[in-house]
Design a protein around this ligand. Sequence first.
Ligand SMILES: NC(=O)c1ccc[n+]([C@@H]2O[C@H](COP(=O)([O-])OP(=O)(O)OC[C@H]3O[C@@H](n4cnc5c(N)ncnc54)[C@H](OP(=O)(O)O)[C@@H]3O)[C@@H](O)[C@H]2O)c1
Length: 347
Amino acid sequence: MSDSLLRRVVVETFGGVEQLKIREERLPIPGAGHVRVRITSIGMNHADLMARAGQYRLSSGDPPFTPGLEAGGIIEALGPGVTGRRLGERVVIGPDAPRRENAGCGGTYRSHYLVPAEQTFLAPAQVPDEQLGGFWLTYLTAWGCLAWRQPVQPGQFIGLPAASSGVALAAAQIVKERGATPIGLTSSPDKVARLKALSGCAYAEVVATRDAQGQTTPWYKDIKRLTQDHGIDVWFDPVAAGDFLNSEIRTLAQEGTIWVYGLLGDPGVVDVTPLIRKHASIRGWSLGELTEAGPKAFEPGCRHILEQFAAGHYHQHVERTFKLDEVQQAHAYMHQGRHLGKLFLVP
Ligand SMILES: NC(=O)c1ccc[n+]([C@@H]2O[C@H](COP(=O)([O-])OP(=O)(O)OC[C@H]3O[C@@H](n4cnc5c(N)ncnc54)[C@H](OP(=O)(O)O)[C@@H]3O)[C@@H](O)[C@H]2O)c1
């Protein structure tokens, strides 16, 4: 690969992993107030798979587009008028940069990224170059809901389905830091011990929702026992459908909330009537609500997350790193759902 070329992944038609193609272009020169970052780390997210398949047009738009919602790297060129940033600094691309249509920054699956200097954050020295791109979709999604939108209170029980996902692992650390009790739910029984054994794992307990044969377990009984019949004060849930949601409603504490932030589960009939007696609610959450509220809303969250990493309190579990050229294998691997934590692409 030539240093004078930018390499990026392009989806020209919605579809399977074979639609992820690498394109080479001339290296762009940063304009006024912009920096060029040599990307060293791209965080992969479930949303990237959905975007490729045409299930997330709100984020991707129509093809052709470059997927990717987060990245980090090293500043290698400064545009005119840049102050406050220097060549060689390690930075994390701000959470709104890949999202803003009018900023023209685009998706992050690429080797170099042009971004306004003010939309970068200095990276914590403790985090290696290959992991600079994985803070926002996991930690900021959780922080936005559980610290900004509806702050978790000390002593509460917080339920975290899809416990092995990057988002839930991050949420558990944020919940614990706020003095509440995070309880993870995982759909696969073999992951219970693996999750508990993870270094820095913050779950107080992990419960399997299926047995080894794939049959649903009566996991709501475990929740009742673990919360001493109090129930879950806040479910932070990306599964959110059918019987799963019924059991969440059933185990919800008085005046509890179910925050739905993904739709991994299969649709089905849901009985919401217990919400009346419990004075409880089901609400939707997306990171977009926080980024659209502007830098004053999301920057405190970004700073909190980076400071907690710098202090060694938050830990990202990295399952595997792929080269950018291996993007097709990386998507196929993520699709299998056997990983624990974060997957990265490295250009
Ligand atoms: N609203 C937002 O702003 C926002 C932001 C970021 C992510 N998300 C959503 O958060 C979810 C996790 O994202 P991620 O990138 O962290 O994903 P990920 O690391 O790929 O996590 C996937 C995990 O979800 C669980 N899962 C997968 N399919 C499932 C199914 N059909 N039923 C139940 N559980 C299933 C599995 O965990 P277990 O085996 O442990 O159950 C799987 O390991 C996705 O739905 C994503 O769209 C939403």
